[in-house]
Design a protein around this ligand. Structure first.
Ligand SMILES: [Zn+2]
Length: 64
């Protein structure tokens, strides 16, 4: 396994990590129910994706 040649100083490690940022998830409006949903995913409010019903939400509620 590769080993680091030298210890990374606190400042160096910290300054590298200073650029780690969180980014907000991409939210788009659902065409079916007009609520915000995650892009490229089935809507969790109505179970639709690409204009088609993928998940039967009535059944999902009963099972949950
Ligand atoms: Zn929806």
């Amino acid at each position: 396994m590769a080993l680091p040649k030298e210890k990374v100083s606190k400042a160096r490690g910290r300054s590298r990590r200073a650029n780690w940022k969180l980014n907000a998830p991409t939210l788009v409006e659902c065409k079916q129910c007009h609520q915000l949903k995650l892009a490229h995913r089935v809507c969790k409010h109505c179970g639709y994706y690409d204009g088609k019903q993928i998940i039967d939400m009535e059944k999902e509620k009963k099972e949950a």
